[in-house]
Design a protein around this ligand. Structure first.
Ligand SMILES: *[C@@H]1O[C@H](CO)[C@@H](O)[C@H](O)[C@H]1NC(C)=O
Ligand SMILES: *[C@@H]1O[C@H](CO)[C@@H](O)[C@H](O)[C@H]1NC(C)=O
Ligand SMILES: *[C@@H]1O[C@H](CO)[C@@H](O)[C@H](O)[C@H]1NC(C)=O
Ligand SMILES: *[C@@H]1O[C@H](CO)[C@@H](O)[C@H](O)[C@H]1NC(C)=O
Ligand SMILES: *[C@@H]1O[C@H](CO)[C@@H](O)[C@H](O)[C@H]1NC(C)=O
Length: 918
């Protein structure tokens, strides 16, 4: 333990360790450094105020708006027909025209149109009787024209709105349809492109005059039109133009003698038209279309082949990655995934991006991961959206923004990403970045829990250790559940020698995989066989289970399973009884018999077999083989849940969520569902993060723990805070950031009931690490820890603050009481308490003397002045040194080295119990 800062707690700690050679719970204090959070505030402030959200939000909304404005401009300019008409004729000279091809220019009179001169605005050539003019003399060649403007209109000209509604609507559809937005597409880039395409189309469509002309008339076989407002559509014959029907292309109404037709019946109202194509053009078009089609088919074929190849490579790599824990092999496969990702394979790209982000399988490169996720998110990958949400939430590679992170998480969740659901569940539960809402949390958690429970039903779930780094530091080795290589070899040696316990143990490890051993059914089967032959009932039951489940090594066989279960059950093995119960319940190898099933499960449950309890609960819940009884169901689920059975948690959660057999309780249901969710397969990340930490890759460990902390894992929150609080090795964060971040995560861990985190919060406020020194808040946290968790250190700290009157009224008697309580609460606290009490006693006596009117005498002997401000510390040090040397002397005499007692803490890790295993 390094003491970086001399202060009372650390000093006391040091003294107590001198005296007892004990690892003391005060250890937190010395390492705690630095300050509180600008960052925390930053993190949390914007979150609550929804107002930040729209402001800095870059989501498509904004751009869409701009785009649509552009479109309107385009429309206004380019719409040829049907303006609201000027009511009054203008004097002929120089009217400014509206719309048309020469908007804003002035009419030129006279002008030539179809060979005739006009010296005023005219409706000639238009079906809608609107006045127009040309702005150059020869309209026929120049085609510059516009609608004549009314004098009254001059003022409100800008407001003049075209209402060529059909087209406008068309233009707006892509803009307005949020369909892109809610679905996945969050990037403005995309929209912009689409929009601008639309604009171009609009322009093309709306140029009325002067296309390169078709030369020849075409008979009525419905030619495709070129240009005009309906380019690419087919003519419709007959069509109506100026009240007359045409059943062929016509030059009517045009000055250039070009053939045109309408593509809807009523040109006058619909204005959909184009130039008729010639036969030659038609032929060319058909050839081009065919060529295009062939080319596209060939291209698609090639793409499909490549995609299949990529998929194959992806599956191969994933299979190896799933099945191995060897680092070198994983890295190799990730390299090949990088290649697959290069072909645009979405899943491979997701995998690679996550590997880059977490530094798991590939070298960590957060900015690269961020870029990949941004691209994937635009393409609509819920996984990538969730990852972006995480990056925004944690401020990794991006400026932190809780609002944006919430948006991305929501997209991810809408896309069905379970991690996103879990994160949202935790946020609603804790009110982080969103208003607290138990019901919303329940919705999200329940959805995830359904999937996790389903997985566990199918696969039995894996075993995951949750290593608390803080405990690891204090008791090295105990938290590490991974067996050492030579220990495994030792067990293997024992098993070979015929040690039945070793055989069963190794069999189980190989059956499920874990603690450093790989899953290997054949080996498990061999070990169980050896032990069963030696008469071990557990091994028999396991053999039954292996036959019942079936695997590559051991084919499913109901009869063999039944035999082994029977053998074990007859010898009183609860697992065998439970297996028989299952055989009768589902009719595996025997006829279905609910009564017998119930009996066997009852026998197993009586012996405390968790699976039996769970099954009994289910039978009572559903009324199978017994009358439906929610109270009994609740009882058995509760029993099974005490052993940590996930499905029991799940069933209990459902009962509490729906109020079945109990009073409905949303908070209880959420806590239970949360527990279930935290056993999901993502919990394997806890082990990966721990491994990274042990290998010295702290950055990778921090990011992995951060992701899990987002998902609501308290262990991960504590570990993030611990790493940041402890070390300067996390390079991804600048020195400024680490303590505010640590504080934030201590906060979240404390809110989930972790005492050490609560005390850390007190310490941070006491010392002013990451915040202003705030004794009141420190007292608040210490009080919570002492009242709710009877934590000795919290009591001790409270006592000290009472003694000094820090953030609390000075009260020597209360201080003494708290010191005594601390000593009672933990034997480890007795030495520091003794020292503190000695000092307190002395001070108290001095005060007493002072009160005895000896003030005058003593005022000349000001202790503070005489011995320095921290004289009490020196005094205590002195006492401690004296005591320490006495004890050390005694110990040397007795040649006894006492083992430090394990400090009381929550268990270092919880190996996940799982179905059918005890
Ligand atoms: C690998 O494991 C994941 C879950 O851990 C699973 O979804 C995926 O299908 C597995 N892939 C292969 C190829 O086995
Ligand atoms: C991360 O990747 C980018 C390319 O995307 C590269 O420029 C950068 O150097 C990489 N950073 C590290 C630390 O490797
Ligand atoms: C983060 O914010 C700073 C200043 O607020 C700005 O200069 C920087 O460009 C931002 N970075 C990103 C990635 O947006
Ligand atoms: C075992 O029994 C189950 C349930 O009746 C049945 O679905 C399965 O096919 C049986 N297995 C074999 C190998 O007969
Ligand atoms: C870190 O602290 C230094 C000095 O106080 C300051 O100049 C710098 O802007 C801070 N950096 C961040 C990211 O807050």
């Amino acid at each position: 333990m390094t003491v970086k800062k001399w202060h009372l707690f650390s000093l006391l700690l040091l003294m107590s360790s001198v005296v007892t050679a004990d690892v003391e719970e005060l250890n937190d204090a010395p390492e705690a450094k630095s300050f509180y959070s600008q960052d925390t505030e930053e993190d949390e402030v914007p979150v609550g105020t929804g107002q930040v959200f729209p402001r800095e939000d870059v989501s498509p909304g904004d751009d869409t708006q701009k785009e649509s404005e552009n479109i309107h401009e385009g429309v206004d300019k380019d719409e040829l027909p049907s303006q609201p008409s000027p009511k009054e004729e203008m004097p002929k000279e120089f009217r400014v025209v509206i719309g048309g091809s020469a908007a804003g220019e002035r009419c030129l009179f006279p002008f030539l149109f179809l060979g005739k001169e006009y010296s005023d605005c005219t409706t000639e050539g238009r079906s809608d009787n609107m006045l127009w003019c040309a702005t150059t003399y020869n309209y026929d060649s120049d085609k510059r024209w516009g609608f004549c403007e009314n004098v009254e209109e001059l003022n409100d000209a800008p407001e003049a709105k075209s209402f060529y509604s059909q087209d406008t609507e068309e233009d707006e559809v892509p803009v307005g349809t949020g369909q892109v937005f809610p679905r996945e597409d969050v990037s403005p880039g995309d929209d912009t492109q689409k929009e601008s395409e639309n604009i171009h189309e609009g322009v093309d469509k709306d140029e009325l005059p002067s296309q390169p002309s078709p030369k020849e008339e075409k008979p009525k076989e419905f030619p495709v039109v070129i240009g005009g407002s309906a380019a690419g559509e087919r003519c419709l014959f007959p069509f109506l133009f100026l009240g007359k029907e045409y059943s062929d292309c016509t030059t009517e109404g045009r000055s250039d003698n070009m053939l045109w037709c309408a593509t809807t019946y009523n040109y006058d109202s619909d204005k959909r038209w184009g130039f008729c194509e010639t036969e030659e053009e038609g032929e060319q078009r058909r050839q081009a279309e065919e060529g295009e089609q062939q080319r596209r088919q060939a291209e698609e074929g090639e793409q499909r082949r490549q995609a299949e190849e990529a998929e194959e490579m992806y599956q191969k790599a994933m299979k190896i990655i799933n099945g191995t824990s060897r680092k070198s092999q994983r890295e190799e496969e990730y390299e090949s995934l990088v290649k697959v990702a290069g072909t645009g394979h979405t899943k491979a790209t997701e995998k690679v991006a996550y590997a880059l982000l977490l530094g798991d399988g590939l070298a960590q490169n957060i900015s690269k991961a961020r870029d990949m996720f941004s691209k994937l998110a635009v393409e609509g990958s819920p996984k990538a959206q969730t990852a972006l949400g995480f990056l925004y939430a944690a401020g990794l590679g991006l400026n932190s923004s809780q609002a944006k992170s919430l948006v991305y998480y929501t997209f991810g969740a809408l896309g069905g990403n379970l991690v996103a659901h879990m994160i949202l569940g935790y946020r609603y539960w804790g009110g982080i970045g969103v208003p607290q809402s138990c019901e919303s949390a329940l919705t999200h958690y329940r959805l995830v829990a359904d999937s996790v429970a389903n997985d566990i039903l199918l696969t039995g779930g894996g075993v995951v250790q949750r290593v608390r780094l803080l405990d690891e530091l204090e008791n090295p080795g105990t938290a590490n559940e991974i067996l050492e290589e030579d220990l495994i070899q030792y067990y293997q040696f024992l098993a070979e020698k015929g040690d039945v316990q070793a055989q069963v143990g190794l069999g189980q490890l190989h059956l499920h995989g874990g603690r450093g051993l790989e899953q290997n059914h054949q080996r498990a089967f061999d070990y169980f066989n050896q032990a069963a032959n030696a008469g071990n009932t557990h091994a028999m039951a396991f053999l039954g289970k292996m036959y019942s489940d079936g695997s590559e090594a051991v084919p499913q066989n109901n009869q063999s399973a039944l035999e082994f279960f029977k053998k074990a059950a007859e010898l009183g093995n609860p697992m065998g009884q439970s297996g028989l119960g299952m055989a009768y319940l589902h009719g595996r190898g025997v006829p279905v018999d609910y009564e017998l099933a119930l009996q066997y499960y009852q026998k197993a449950a009586e012996q405390g077999w968790v699976d039996g309890q769970l099954q009994l609960g289910t039978m009572y819940f559903n009324g199978i083989g017994v009358e439906q009884d929610y109270k009994q169901a609740l009882k058995y689920f509760n029993l099974a849940s005490q052993a940590g059975h996930i499905l029991a948690f799940y069933n209990l959660a459902q009962m509490h969520a729906t109020g079945t057999g109990v009073i409905r309780s949303c908070p209880t249901a959420v806590e239970l569902f949360k527990n279930v969710c935290e056993r999901g397969r993502w919990s394997e990340r806890l082990m990966a993060a721990y491994e990274s930490f042990n290998e010295g890759d702290v950055d990778s460990a921090v990011v992995q723990y951060l992701l899990l902390a987002e998902q609501g894992y308290e262990v991960a929150q504590s570990n993030v805070a611990f790493i940041l609080d402890q070390t300067e090795v996390a390079r991804i964060f600048s020195r400024n950031e680490t303590y505010p971040r640590a504080l934030l995560h201590w906060h979240r861990a404390a809110a989930q009931g972790y005492t050490v985190a609560r005390i850390k919060l007190g310490d941070y406020h006491f010392y002013g690490y990451g915040t202003d020194v705030d004794y009141e808040t420190a007292v608040l946290h210490y009080k919570l820890a002492s009242e709710q968790q009877h934590n000795a250190q919290a009591m001790f700290n409270l006592a000290y603050m009472h003694e000094k009157g820090l953030g609390i009224k000075q009260d020597i008697h209360l201080a003494k009481r708290f010191y005594d309580m601390a000593a009672e609460a933990s034997p480890d606290a007795q030495v520091p308490v003794f020292l503190a009490l000695c000092k307190l006693d002395l001070v108290y006596r001095v005060q007493y003397l002072q009160e005895l009117n000896l003030k005058e005498l003593l005022s000349q002997v000001d202790l503070d002045h005489l011995l320095g401000a921290e004289w009490d510390l020196y005094l205590m040090t002195l006492i401690a040194l004296v005591l320490g040397s006495i004890i050390a002397y005694r110990q040397r005499q007795q040649q006894v080295v006492p083992q430090p007692p394990a400090p009381q803490r929550p268990p270092a890790q919880q190996a996940e119990p799982q179905a059918g295993q005890q």
